[in-house]
Design a binder for this molecule. Structure first.
Ligand SMILES: [Zn+2]
Length: 96
């Protein structure tokens, strides 16, 4: 997965468990603009983690100044919205 924000490319990659040194399931690094997701975790935990870490990326690239709690709450907000409205993503992708 990739997203271009203000000419910067954020990339989501899976990391092998052996190289994982944090207690969380994901991390965003400002140096290389990569979101790393722990490999082998539950699908929905993975999806929420991707939203959470992408929110960290948005916070950094857009200089929003969000707290960790705000990042988590916004990620949960969009996770719930997307789960309850599965056709919304398809509608966004449909240009007809
Ligand atoms: Zn976080």
């Amino acid at each position: 997965m990739k997203l271009t924000v203000l000419s910067n490319e954020v990339e989501v990659v899976e990391n092998t468990a052996s190289g994982w040194d944090t207690g969380s399931c994901g991390q965003f690094t400002e140096e290389d603009l990569k979101v790393r997701i722990k490999k082998g975790i539950n699908k929905q935990v993975k999806n929420l983690t991707i939203l959470h870490e992408m929110q960290h990326a948005a916070d950094f690239l857009l200089s929003l100044g969000l707290s960790e709690k705000q990042v988590q709450q916004i990620a949960l907000f969009w996770f719930s919205f997307i789960r309850e409205n599965p056709d919304f993503i398809k509608d966004i992708q449909d240009d007809t």
